[in-house]
Design a protein around this ligand. Structure first.
Ligand code: 5RP
Length: 294
């Protein structure tokens, strides 16, 4: 119990110093509540407003994906270089050390395997478990134009409603079906629908033509998926171009964990995202680190 005697008189009022409110500058997020902003700050680094998310959730429909056969051996050593980890709750509980104190973006939709119609997903996590796992956001796949378009959009809006109750942001992941044309027109449609319906941020694919119109017309931050493995320099160039055209970071998986030198690659990606290094400069970093196996 606080001592009731000899309580010092409060007098440090600093009446000449107006209290300043620090602006919260993440795109489209200013009206969110404190818990939302705090969680988003565990994804997007406040200094740069950008993020390097390491995506390792592929097993939720692909099973043991190349590079993810042993998450303990291949991914855990990369964690110091990721701002955020995107994964399933199974991998989180079984394999990710709870000392990882950065943001977790929890894969929260699922159902069909690669053998079935992928758009036929359901919400795959209860909000109580997401809270128990102390996640920074929940990720849900949205299949605009897909066979189960409405169902997948409804999964997202349900998660947004539930997440709003507890201050947990939702990441809308635009899933582009094989039959869709991957162009700026499609990406504008898909990302804008996710944002309009409440996603706090959206993940999409980079397109070479008109990507700046995708970021311009989406009122919340956009991060890009890496997509299929490509040469390291090309993946760095893609990240660089996306950032120059308004992306707020990457949510990259295969181009990191399937790289010949994953630790070198994720550090090179960081150079592009957080230090605005050119693809050439970042590739030099990759080659140097690869030689020294860092
Ligand atoms: C799976 C996902 C992946 O997380 C996403 O595709 C990112 O990984 P990659 O960079 O390998 O494309 O959302 O549906």
């Amino acid at each position: 119990m606080a001592d009731k005697d000899s309580v010092p008189e409060a007098e440090q009022y600093h009446v000449d110093i107006p209290m300043e409110a620090e602006p919260y500058t993440l795109r489209g997020s200013n009206s969110l509540d404190w818990g939302f902003k705090n969680r988003l700050s565990n994804i997007f680094r406040p200094e740069s407003g950008r993020t390097v998310m390491l995506a390792i959730d592929h097993g939720y429909f692909l099973g043991p994906t190349a590079g993810l056969e042993r998450v303990d051996l291949t991914i855990v050593p990369l964690l110091p270089y990721a701002d955020t980890l995107m994964c399933t709750r199974g991998i989180l509980r079984s394999t990710i050390p709870p000392t990882f104190a950065k943001g977790i973006v929890l894969r929260s939709s699922g159902g069909p395997s690669i053998l079935k119609e992928l758009s036929n997903e359901e919400i795959a996590v209860d909000i109580e478990d997401a809270i128990r796992l102390n996640v920074a956001a929940m990720a849900v796949q949205v299949f605009i134009g897909g066979e189960q378009e409405t169902k997948s959009v409804h999964n997202m809006t349900r998660l947004v409603d539930i997440g709003n109750r507890y201050g947990i942001p939702v990441l809308g992941v635009t899933a582009v079906g094989k039959e869709m044309v991957r162009d700026a027109k499609y990406m504008r449609l898909a990302t804008r629908i996710c944002a309009e319906l409440g996603a706090a941020y959206v993940k999409t694919y980079y397109v070479a033509e008109g990507f700046d119109t995708v970021t311009a017309s989406c009122p919340v931050p956009i991060v890009i998926a890496g997509g299929k493995k490509m040469p390291e320099q090309d993946a760095l160039a893609m990240a660089y171009n996306a950032l120059q055209q308004g992306a707020a970071g990457v949510d990259m998986g295969r181009n990191i964990f399937q790289s010949e030198a994953p630790a070198a690659m994720i550090q090179a990606v960081r150079k592009v995202v957080h230090e605005n290094k050119t693809p050439e400069e970042a590739y030099d970093v990759y080659r140097t680190l690869k030689k020294t196996r860092n």
